[in-house]
Design a protein around this ligand. Structure first.
Ligand code: PAF
Length: 318
Protein backbone atom coordinates (compact mmCIF):
# COMPACT_ATOMS: atom_id res chain seq x y z
CA UNK A 1 0.00 0.00 0.00
CA UNK A 2 1.52 3.33 -1.08
CA UNK A 3 0.68 5.98 1.51
CA UNK A 4 0.84 9.78 1.33
CA UNK A 5 0.90 11.56 4.69
CA UNK A 6 -0.44 15.08 4.33
CA UNK A 7 1.05 17.59 6.79
CA UNK A 8 4.48 17.60 8.43
CA UNK A 9 3.39 18.51 11.98
CA UNK A 10 3.91 16.37 15.09
CA UNK A 11 1.48 13.63 13.99
CA UNK A 12 2.39 13.71 10.27
CA UNK A 13 6.11 13.32 11.03
CA UNK A 14 5.43 10.61 13.60
CA UNK A 15 3.25 8.49 11.29
CA UNK A 16 5.65 8.86 8.36
CA UNK A 17 8.63 7.94 10.53
CA UNK A 18 6.96 4.89 12.09
CA UNK A 19 5.54 3.55 8.81
CA UNK A 20 8.84 3.99 6.97
CA UNK A 21 10.79 2.42 9.87
CA UNK A 22 8.55 -0.65 9.65
CA UNK A 23 9.01 -1.13 5.91
CA UNK A 24 5.94 0.71 4.61
CA UNK A 25 5.98 2.67 1.35
CA UNK A 26 5.28 6.23 2.49
CA UNK A 27 5.75 9.79 1.23
CA UNK A 28 5.26 12.91 3.36
CA UNK A 29 3.75 16.10 1.93
CA UNK A 30 4.56 19.57 3.27
CA UNK A 31 3.74 22.71 1.28
CA UNK A 32 6.99 24.30 2.45
CA UNK A 33 9.74 23.31 0.00
CA UNK A 34 12.58 24.06 2.45
CA UNK A 35 10.96 21.66 4.96
CA UNK A 36 10.49 18.99 2.28
CA UNK A 37 14.14 19.27 1.22
CA UNK A 38 15.39 19.15 4.81
CA UNK A 39 13.36 16.05 5.71
CA UNK A 40 14.25 14.22 2.48
CA UNK A 41 17.92 14.89 3.20
CA UNK A 42 17.99 14.22 6.96
CA UNK A 43 15.13 11.77 7.55
CA UNK A 44 12.78 11.85 10.53
CA UNK A 45 14.11 11.40 14.04
CA UNK A 46 11.77 9.71 16.50
CA UNK A 47 12.64 9.74 20.17
CA UNK A 48 10.70 7.71 22.70
CA UNK A 49 11.28 6.44 26.22
CA UNK A 50 12.38 3.07 24.83
CA UNK A 51 14.42 3.98 21.77
CA UNK A 52 15.54 6.58 19.29
CA UNK A 53 15.91 6.17 15.54
CA UNK A 54 16.08 8.07 12.27
CA UNK A 55 13.74 6.96 9.49
CA UNK A 56 14.57 7.63 5.87
CA UNK A 57 11.63 9.48 4.34
CA UNK A 58 10.79 11.10 1.06
CA UNK A 59 9.10 14.46 1.62
CA UNK A 60 7.57 16.37 -1.29
CA UNK A 61 6.26 19.93 -1.53
CA UNK A 62 3.99 19.28 -4.48
CA UNK A 63 1.78 16.39 -5.50
CA UNK A 64 2.16 15.35 -9.11
CA UNK A 65 -1.13 15.27 -11.08
CA UNK A 66 -3.00 11.95 -11.03
CA UNK A 67 -0.69 10.85 -8.20
CA UNK A 68 -1.04 7.10 -7.66
CA UNK A 69 -1.27 6.63 -3.91
CA UNK A 70 -3.52 3.98 -2.40
CA UNK A 71 -4.16 6.06 0.68
CA UNK A 72 -3.68 9.69 1.74
CA UNK A 73 -3.77 10.37 5.49
CA UNK A 74 -4.68 13.95 6.33
CA UNK A 75 -3.06 15.33 9.51
CA UNK A 76 -3.18 19.09 8.86
CA UNK A 77 -4.85 21.53 11.27
CA UNK A 78 -8.64 21.71 10.97
CA UNK A 79 -8.54 25.29 9.68
CA UNK A 80 -6.54 24.02 6.66
CA UNK A 81 -8.83 21.13 5.75
CA UNK A 82 -10.76 22.90 2.98
CA UNK A 83 -7.55 24.05 1.22
CA UNK A 84 -6.04 20.58 1.43
CA UNK A 85 -9.27 18.91 0.34
CA UNK A 86 -9.31 21.09 -2.79
CA UNK A 87 -5.67 20.30 -3.55
CA UNK A 88 -6.16 16.55 -3.04
CA UNK A 89 -9.27 16.54 -5.22
CA UNK A 90 -7.25 18.20 -8.02
CA UNK A 91 -4.11 16.06 -7.70
CA UNK A 92 -4.90 12.56 -6.46
CA UNK A 93 -6.01 9.74 -8.68
CA UNK A 94 -9.72 8.96 -8.22
CA UNK A 95 -8.74 5.55 -6.80
CA UNK A 96 -6.93 7.04 -3.79
CA UNK A 97 -8.70 6.69 -0.45
CA UNK A 98 -8.44 9.59 1.98
CA UNK A 99 -8.34 9.07 5.75
CA UNK A 100 -8.56 11.96 8.22
CA UNK A 101 -6.87 11.66 11.63
CA UNK A 102 -7.35 15.31 12.58
CA UNK A 103 -8.69 16.86 15.77
CA UNK A 104 -12.11 18.50 15.80
CA UNK A 105 -15.45 18.05 14.06
CA UNK A 106 -16.36 18.36 10.37
CA UNK A 107 -13.01 17.44 8.78
CA UNK A 108 -14.36 14.30 7.12
CA UNK A 109 -17.40 16.21 5.88
CA UNK A 110 -15.20 18.94 4.36
CA UNK A 111 -13.01 16.34 2.64
CA UNK A 112 -16.11 14.53 1.38
CA UNK A 113 -17.47 17.76 -0.14
CA UNK A 114 -14.43 17.90 -2.41
CA UNK A 115 -13.63 14.21 -2.88
CA UNK A 116 -16.97 12.39 -2.52
CA UNK A 117 -17.82 10.49 0.67
CA UNK A 118 -17.16 7.06 -0.91
CA UNK A 119 -13.41 7.82 -0.85
CA UNK A 120 -13.25 9.40 2.58
CA UNK A 121 -12.68 7.51 5.84
CA UNK A 122 -13.18 9.37 9.14
CA UNK A 123 -10.81 8.49 11.97
CA UNK A 124 -9.16 9.55 15.21
CA UNK A 125 -5.78 8.87 16.71
CA UNK A 126 -4.59 8.79 20.29
CA UNK A 127 -0.98 8.82 19.14
CA UNK A 128 0.71 11.61 21.07
CA UNK A 129 3.84 13.39 20.00
CA UNK A 130 5.64 16.66 20.54
CA UNK A 131 7.39 18.42 17.68
CA UNK A 132 11.03 19.00 18.67
CA UNK A 133 12.34 20.36 15.37
CA UNK A 134 11.67 20.38 11.62
CA UNK A 135 12.32 16.61 11.39
CA UNK A 136 12.22 15.52 15.01
CA UNK A 137 9.43 14.33 17.33
CA UNK A 138 9.14 12.99 20.84
CA UNK A 139 6.80 9.99 20.71
CA UNK A 140 5.09 10.12 24.08
CA UNK A 141 2.28 7.60 23.74
CA UNK A 142 1.66 4.84 21.21
CA UNK A 143 -2.11 5.33 21.34
CA UNK A 144 -4.75 3.56 19.33
CA UNK A 145 -5.95 4.84 15.96
CA UNK A 146 -9.60 4.12 15.16
CA UNK A 147 -11.10 4.37 11.69
CA UNK A 148 -14.45 3.68 10.08
CA UNK A 149 -16.59 4.05 7.01
CA UNK A 150 -18.21 7.37 6.23
CA UNK A 151 -21.56 5.60 5.91
CA UNK A 152 -22.69 2.09 6.67
CA UNK A 153 -20.91 -0.82 8.37
CA UNK A 154 -17.16 -1.45 8.01
CA UNK A 155 -16.16 -2.61 4.53
CA UNK A 156 -13.30 -4.80 3.32
CA UNK A 157 -11.46 -1.59 2.29
CA UNK A 158 -11.49 -0.08 5.76
CA UNK A 159 -10.31 -3.42 7.19
CA UNK A 160 -7.40 -3.43 4.72
CA UNK A 161 -6.39 0.10 5.73
CA UNK A 162 -6.53 -0.78 9.44
CA UNK A 163 -4.55 -3.96 8.83
CA UNK A 164 -1.84 -2.13 6.87
CA UNK A 165 -1.48 0.62 9.46
CA UNK A 166 -1.22 -1.92 12.30
CA UNK A 167 1.31 -3.95 10.30
CA UNK A 168 3.47 -0.84 9.83
CA UNK A 169 3.52 -0.05 13.56
CA UNK A 170 0.44 2.18 13.94
CA UNK A 171 -2.03 0.12 16.01
CA UNK A 172 -5.40 0.59 14.36
CA UNK A 173 -8.93 -0.66 15.11
CA UNK A 174 -12.14 -0.41 13.15
CA UNK A 175 -15.23 1.24 14.56
CA UNK A 176 -18.85 0.42 13.76
CA UNK A 177 -19.71 4.00 14.70
CA UNK A 178 -16.75 6.25 13.96
CA UNK A 179 -18.84 9.45 14.36
CA UNK A 180 -19.30 8.59 18.03
CA UNK A 181 -15.50 8.14 18.39
CA UNK A 182 -15.02 11.55 16.77
CA UNK A 183 -17.39 13.14 19.30
CA UNK A 184 -15.51 11.49 22.15
CA UNK A 185 -12.16 12.69 20.74
CA UNK A 186 -13.68 16.19 20.55
CA UNK A 187 -14.33 15.93 24.29
CA UNK A 188 -10.77 14.74 24.96
CA UNK A 189 -9.34 17.68 23.03
CA UNK A 190 -11.83 20.19 24.48
CA UNK A 191 -10.61 19.29 27.96
CA UNK A 192 -6.87 18.73 27.51
CA UNK A 193 -6.00 21.24 24.81
CA UNK A 194 -7.31 24.59 26.13
CA UNK A 195 -6.43 23.80 29.75
CA UNK A 196 -2.82 22.91 28.92
CA UNK A 197 -2.54 25.89 26.56
CA UNK A 198 -3.86 28.36 29.13
CA UNK A 199 -1.89 26.90 32.05
CA UNK A 200 1.19 26.21 29.86
CA UNK A 201 1.68 22.73 31.28
CA UNK A 202 2.26 19.27 29.86
CA UNK A 203 -0.84 17.07 29.92
CA UNK A 204 0.07 15.17 33.10
CA UNK A 205 0.51 18.31 35.22
CA UNK A 206 -3.18 19.12 34.74
CA UNK A 207 -3.92 16.57 37.42
CA UNK A 208 -1.92 18.62 39.94
CA UNK A 209 -4.19 21.68 39.55
CA UNK A 210 -6.59 22.08 42.51
CA UNK A 211 -10.27 21.56 41.59
CA UNK A 212 -9.39 20.70 37.98
CA UNK A 213 -11.73 17.70 38.20
CA UNK A 214 -14.70 20.05 38.72
CA UNK A 215 -13.69 22.17 35.72
CA UNK A 216 -13.18 19.06 33.55
CA UNK A 217 -16.66 17.84 34.49
CA UNK A 218 -18.15 21.26 33.69
CA UNK A 219 -16.55 21.21 30.21
CA UNK A 220 -17.80 17.67 29.67
CA UNK A 221 -21.37 18.34 30.85
CA UNK A 222 -21.72 21.00 28.18
CA UNK A 223 -20.11 18.88 25.46
CA UNK A 224 -22.25 15.86 26.36
CA UNK A 225 -25.44 17.93 26.11
CA UNK A 226 -24.49 19.00 22.58
CA UNK A 227 -23.43 15.49 21.55
CA UNK A 228 -26.88 14.29 22.69
CA UNK A 229 -28.55 16.80 20.35
CA UNK A 230 -26.49 15.22 17.55
CA UNK A 231 -27.63 11.70 18.42
CA UNK A 232 -24.71 10.55 20.60
CA UNK A 233 -25.33 9.59 24.24
CA UNK A 234 -22.39 9.78 26.65
CA UNK A 235 -22.24 9.27 30.38
CA UNK A 236 -20.40 11.92 32.39
CA UNK A 237 -18.51 9.68 34.86
CA UNK A 238 -17.46 7.29 32.10
CA UNK A 239 -16.11 10.14 29.90
CA UNK A 240 -14.41 11.71 32.91
CA UNK A 241 -12.65 8.44 33.91
CA UNK A 242 -11.52 7.78 30.34
CA UNK A 243 -10.16 11.32 29.93
CA UNK A 244 -8.26 11.17 33.24
CA UNK A 245 -6.68 7.94 31.97
CA UNK A 246 -5.70 9.64 28.67
CA UNK A 247 -4.21 12.58 30.61
CA UNK A 248 -2.07 10.08 32.57
CA UNK A 249 -1.07 8.08 29.48
CA UNK A 250 -0.09 11.21 27.55
CA UNK A 251 1.27 12.91 30.69
CA UNK A 252 4.64 13.79 29.21
CA UNK A 253 3.13 15.26 26.03
CA UNK A 254 2.63 18.91 25.23
CA UNK A 255 -0.87 19.06 23.73
CA UNK A 256 -1.05 20.19 20.12
CA UNK A 257 -2.67 23.45 21.27
CA UNK A 258 0.12 24.21 23.73
CA UNK A 259 2.63 23.46 20.95
CA UNK A 260 0.75 25.90 18.69
CA UNK A 261 0.72 28.62 21.34
CA UNK A 262 4.43 28.15 22.07
CA UNK A 263 5.17 28.19 18.34
CA UNK A 264 3.18 31.44 17.89
CA UNK A 265 0.72 29.66 15.57
CA UNK A 266 -3.05 29.78 15.24
CA UNK A 267 -4.78 27.12 17.36
CA UNK A 268 -7.69 24.76 16.60
CA UNK A 269 -9.86 26.28 19.35
CA UNK A 270 -12.65 27.20 16.87
CA UNK A 271 -12.94 23.51 15.91
CA UNK A 272 -12.96 22.26 19.52
CA UNK A 273 -14.56 24.30 22.34
CA UNK A 274 -15.53 26.99 19.81
CA UNK A 275 -17.41 24.36 17.81
CA UNK A 276 -19.34 23.27 20.93
CA UNK A 277 -20.36 26.92 21.51
CA UNK A 278 -21.30 27.40 17.85
CA UNK A 279 -23.40 24.22 17.65
CA UNK A 280 -25.16 25.10 20.91
CA UNK A 281 -26.01 28.57 19.61
CA UNK A 282 -27.88 26.97 16.69
CA UNK A 283 -30.16 25.40 19.31
CA UNK A 284 -30.46 28.66 21.25
CA UNK A 285 -28.22 27.27 24.01
CA UNK A 286 -25.38 28.94 25.88
CA UNK A 287 -22.19 27.01 26.82
CA UNK A 288 -20.49 29.39 29.30
CA UNK A 289 -17.52 27.22 30.24
CA UNK A 290 -16.56 26.30 26.67
CA UNK A 291 -17.16 29.91 25.63
CA UNK A 292 -14.84 31.17 28.38
CA UNK A 293 -12.09 28.74 27.31
CA UNK A 294 -12.50 29.79 23.68
CA UNK A 295 -12.22 33.48 24.60
CA UNK A 296 -9.12 32.85 26.74
CA UNK A 297 -7.29 30.84 24.07
CA UNK A 298 -8.17 33.40 21.41
CA UNK A 299 -6.86 36.09 23.77
CA UNK A 300 -3.55 34.24 24.13
CA UNK A 301 -3.35 33.82 20.33
CA UNK A 302 -3.92 37.56 19.89
CA UNK A 303 -1.33 38.55 22.48
CA UNK A 304 1.16 36.24 20.76
CA UNK A 305 0.45 38.01 17.49
CA UNK A 306 0.53 41.48 19.01
CA UNK A 307 3.88 40.78 20.64
CA UNK A 308 5.21 39.62 17.25
CA UNK A 309 3.94 42.88 15.69
CA UNK A 310 5.47 44.91 18.54
CA UNK A 311 8.83 43.19 18.14
CA UNK A 312 8.67 43.98 14.43
CA UNK A 313 7.69 47.64 15.11
CA UNK A 314 10.53 48.01 17.62
CA UNK A 315 13.02 46.53 15.20
CA UNK A 316 11.92 49.07 12.54
CA UNK A 317 12.27 52.00 15.00
CA UNK A 318 15.77 50.87 15.88
O1 PAF B 1 -4.13 17.25 20.40
C1 PAF B 1 -3.45 16.55 21.16
O2 PAF B 1 -2.47 16.99 21.75
C2 PAF B 1 -3.78 15.07 21.29
O3 PAF B 1 -4.95 14.81 20.56
C3 PAF B 1 -3.95 14.55 22.73
C4 PAF B 1 -4.55 13.15 22.70
C5 PAF B 1 -4.82 15.47 23.57
C6 PAF B 1 -2.61 14.33 23.40
O4 PAF B 1 -1.88 15.46 23.70
Amino acid sequence: MKILIVGAGAIGLLLTGIISHNGGEVVLFSRRSEVAKYISKNGIKIISEKNEYVSRAECVSSIEPDAKYDLAIVTVKSYDTANIAKLLSEKLSRQTYVLTLQNGLNNAETLANFLGHERVFPGITMQSSTLLGTNEVLHVFNGLTIIGNYAGPPTEDVRKIAHSLSMYGVPCNISENIWRNIWFKLMVNSVINPLTAILRVKNGLLLEIPFIDTLIKNILEEAISIARLHGHEFELDDCFDKIIRIIRETGNNKSSMLQDIEGGRKTEIDYLNGKIVQLAAKHGLEMPINRALTILVKGIEKMNNDSKINKWRNSIQL
